[in-house]
Design a binder for this molecule. Structure first.
Ligand code: IPM
Ligand code: MG
Length: 359
C-alpha cells in the first residue's frame, strides 16, 4: 500500500491538493492500488500551529513515505518574519533534508490552450522542454549569508557556490533524461561573469564526455531568457542551477499558457516530492477558482517516477488533455467560448475521465 504524505501548505495549496487526491483515488480504483494518505503541516500553516515552518513530525512522516505531494507555501501573513522562519524556509528545508537535488519541470503546450500563451501560435507549437533545476545548492543555501550593520549602514550577503560533486550529479541526471527525449542538453549559466558558473561549465563538459550520443549546448542565462520567448522550440533539456532554474521555469511555464499548468518532481533522495511550479496565490485561496491541473499533472509525475506506473501516469495526462479538449477551463485559462468550471469541478472531471477512460 503506497503511502503518500500530503503537505497542502498555504493559500490555494489545500484547494488544489484536494483535487489531486481525487485523481489518485480514481487511479487507485482503475489500477487496483490502495494509496494511503497522511496529511502534515508545512509553511505558514505550520508556523501558525507549531511556530515552525517545517515541524520535526512532518519531516519524520515524509522520511517514511513512498511519495510526497505538496501544494504551495507562503503568503502576506508571514512576509515580515525573518528569513529562516518564513514559510519558504519549510520548503527549502524539506528539499535539503530529503536530499532532493534534482527538480524536473517539464513544459509542454496543450493544443487546447495554445491561445492562452502570450506567444504567437507559430512559436509555441513545438515547445516540449524539460527544465532540470539543481535544487539543494547555489545562492539558496550558500554560506556565508546574512546581514551586518555598521555605522548606520547595513550590508547583506548571499553566497553563490557550487561543488564539483553537486554539479556532477545533476549533470548526469540531465544527460540520462535527455537520452529518453531528443538527446539535447542546453546547460545554462553565467560563465562570462561568475566563478561558480565557470566551474559549472567545466564539470558539465567533463560529464558530457560519458554521453557522446547526447548533444551539449551552452548558453548564458540572459540569452536563454531571451531565446525562450524568441525560439522556444530549440530546447529539449535545460540543465541549470537553482536560482536560474527558478526564474527560467516560471518563464517556460507561462509560455505554455498558464503558470497553473506546470508540474514538478523533486528527486534524488529516497523519497520523491511532487508539487506545482506556481505559488500559493493567497488572493484566490478558498474561492474555488484555482487551477488544480499543475498539481494533478504532478500526480502523473509521481506515478511515473516514484511508483513506476507509466500507464497510470499517461492515463492522468490523457484525461487532462481530454478535459481541456472538451472545453472545460478554470478561470486562469478561460477565454471566450470556454466552459468555466470551479477547482472542484475540474478535479471531478479529470477523476471521472480516468475512471471511464473517456470524458
Ligand atoms: C519554486 C518557488 C520556491 C523557490 C520558493 C517558494 C521558495 O519559487 O519552487 O519555484 O524559489 O524554489
Ligand atoms: Mg519559483
Amino acid at each position: 500500500m503506497p503511502k503518500i504524505v500530503l503537505l497542502p501548505g498555504d493559500g490555494i495549496g489545500p484547494d488544489i491538493v484536494a483535487e489531486a487526491v481525487k485523481v489518485l483515488g480514481a487511479v487507485g480504483e482503475k489500477y487496483s492500488i490502495s494509496f494511503t494518505f497522511e496529511t502534515a503541516l508545512i509553511g505558514g500553516a505550520a508556523i501558525d500551529q507549531t511556530g515552525c515552518p517545517l515541524p520535526p513530525e512532518t519531516l519524520a512522516l515524509c522520511r517514511e513515505a513512498d511519495a510526497i505531494l505538496l501544494g504551495a507555501v507562503g503568503g502576506p501573513a508571514w512576509d515580515e518574519l525573518p528569513g529562516n522562519q518564513r514559510p519558504e524556509a519549510g520548503l527549502l528545508g524539506i528539499r535539503k533534508e530529503l536530499g532532493l537535488y534534482a527538480n524536473l519541470r517539464p513544459a509542454k503546450v496543450f493544443p487546447a490552450l495554445a491561445a492562452s500563451s502570450p506567444l504567437k501560435p507559430e512559436l509555441i507549437g513545438d515547445i516540449d522542454l524539460l527544465v532540470v533545476r539543481e535544487l539543494t545548492g547555489d545562492v539558496y543555501f550558500g554560506q556565508p549569508r546574512g546581514r551586518e550593520c555598521c555605522n548606520g549602514e547595513c550590508r547583506a550577503i548571499d553566497t553563490m557556490a557550487y561543488t564539483e560533486s553537486e554539479v556532477e550529479r545533476i549533470s548526469r541526471l540531465a544527460f540520462d533524461l535527455a537520452r529518453k527525449r531528443r538527446s539535447l542538453v542546453t546547460s545554462v549559466d553565467k560563465a562570462n561573469v561568475l566563478e561558480s558558473s565557470r566551474l559549472w561549465r567545466e564539470v558539465v563538459r567533463r560529464v558530457h564526455a560519458d554521453y557522446p550520443d547526447v548533444e551539449l549546448r551552452e548558453m548564458y542565462v540572459d540569452n536563454c531568457a531571451m531565446q525562450l520567448v524568441n525560439n522556444p522550440g530549440q530546447f529539449d533539456v535545460i540543465l541549470t542551477s537553482n536560482l536560474f532554474g527558478d526564474i527560467l521555469s516560471d518563464e517556460a511555464a507561462m509560455l505554455t499558457g498558464s503558470l497553473g499548468m506546470l508540474p514538478s518532481a523533486s528527486l534524488g533522495g529516497s523519497v520523491g516530492l511532487y508539487e506545482p511550479v506556481h505559488g500559493s496565490a493567497p488572493d484566490i485561496a478558498g474561492k474555488g477558482i484555482a487551477n488544480p491541473l499543475a498539481t494533478i499533472l504532478s500526480v502523473a509525475l509521481m506515478l511515473r517516477y516514484s511508483f513506476d506506473l507509466a500507464e497510470a501516469a499517461e492515463a492522468v495526462e490523457t484525461a487532462v488533455t481530454q478535459v481541456l479538449d472538451a472545453g472545460y477551463r478554470t478561470k486562469d485559462i478561460c477565454r471566450a467560448g470556454g466552459e468555466l468550471v470551479s477547482t472542484a469541478e475540474m478535479g471531478d472531471l479529470v477523476a471521472n475521465t480516468i475512471r471511464r477512460g473517456t470524458i
